[in-house]
Design a protein. Structure first.
Length: 118
């Protein structure tokens, strides 16, 4: 079971930027496709972005395309989410996960809170 620890969230004004990090405990991290998800209060958890194990392929939800970038450093067992031009609607707890397609697989980390003020 891969253990995941997210960090980097915080409070930012609309239009600002944040970079989230997710560190994985598994030595096989470089073989996993990884994704970011988010959950706002009263809403279901939703897919945000994913990246292939080799980092060759990325895919984004329409709501974040052009503003968010997912990337990874396999030497550091870390996947990142660079978030630019943030909007209040981006406020949520953000989670990373191993993915199959755009579906999460395995356990969740504790998440990291992102709050965007208008």
């Amino acid at each position: 079971q891969v253990q995941l620890v997210e960090s980097g969230g915080g409070l930012v004004q609309a239009g600002g930027s944040l970079r989230l990090s997710c560190v994985a405990s598994d030595r096989s991290f470089s073989s996993y496709n990884m994704g970011w998800f988010r959950q706002a209060p009263g809403k279901e958890r939703e897919f945000v972005a994913r990246i292939s194990a080799s980092a060759f392929t990325t895919y984004y939800a329409d709501s974040v395309k052009g503003r968010f970038t997912i990337f990874r450093d396999n030497a550091k067992n870390t996947v990142y989410l660079q978030m630019n031009s943030l909007k209040p609607d981006d406020s949520a707890v953000y989670y990373c996960a191993v993915v199959v397609g755009s579906s999460p697989k395995g356990s969740w980390g504790q998440g990291t809170q992102v709050t965007v003020s208008s």
